[in-house]
Design a protein around this ligand. Structure first.
Ligand code: PLP
Length: 234
């Protein structure tokens, strides 16, 4: 496929996804623009990532810290990108990651949370984080068990982080009704934690290429879309 075709294809995919997201928001009776799209660029290299940015997607997600910082540090990409980390973070990767003002969506343990808070505070930063919930209960998935979250909320580090909300994924191979039930569970958990903690917890990051309309219907404020954006590219 020629480069021009790739540019056109990625732009068309981006516009299609924006329309589908807007439709899902309207169908749910929610306010226009109330769900942000994170374009997940983990499947592609720098050229295609730049094509997506040029098409208008300015919030990008990567699941590996090294991939995120190598893209963020590349001169080949437009610099006005807000990066989100959406995969597991080892503690020895935190320092370098924090150079890039990332939103860390995938805080999956108290130790990681504490380490991010500490390093961030040392650097006089306040890092925006989401707490990843293992809502499907799938043992192979990362994230906090829903039942451990009330306790966690009482032990949040005071400095260095701002907890914006929750991130969750539907379990592997769940059918659409079951995925929607898991998104609803995530929202209800958020509502409960909000009431107990007094924190706003306004972000609910849930929904991917295969299930984002259901997530939006259940109140997702962030959807993380990857494969749909690169359809037809390779
Ligand atoms: C890869 C990934 C996505 C994007 O998934 P698609 O189905 O390709 O849209 C979203 N969230 C997380 C955590 C991911 O790892």
């Amino acid at each position: 496929m020629s480069e021009n075709h790739e540019i056109e294809r990625i732009a068309a995919n981006w516009h299609a996804v924006q329309h589908l997201v807007a439709d899902a928001i309207a169908m749910s009776g929610r306010a226009a623009g109330s769900t942000k799209i994170v374009g997940v660029s983990k499947y592609v290299g720098l050229p295609e990532t730049e094509m997506l940015i040029k098409a208008g997607c300015k919030t990008l997600g990567e699941s590996r810290p090294q991939a995120l910082w190598s893209k963020a540090e590349s001169n080949l990409l437009s610099s006005d990108v807000q990066w989100h980390l959406i995969g597991h973070l080892q503690r020895n990767k935190i320092r370098r990651l924090l150079r890039h003002s990332v939103v860390i969506e995938s805080i999956d343990s108290q130790r990681t949370l504490n380490a991010v808070a500490e390093i961030s505070h040392q650097q006089q930063l306040t890092t925006q984080v989401l707490l990843e919930v293992n809502i499907s209960g799938d043992e192979k998935k990362t994230g906090f068990a829903p039942e451990e979250m009330p306790q966690l909320m009482q032990n949040l580090p005071v400095n260095g982080i701002a907890v914006l909300g929750l991130m969750a994924m539907a379990g592997w191979g769940t059918d659409p009704d079951e995925a929607r039930a898991q998104f609803e569970k995530t929202r209800l958990l958020r509502d409960r934690l909000r009431a107990e903690s007094g924190l706003e917890l306004k972000e609910l990051s849930m929904g991917m290429s295969g299930d984002f309309p259901a997530a939006i219907a259940e109140g997702a404020t962030i959807v993380r879309i990857g494969s749909r954006l690169f359809e037809g590219i390779r």
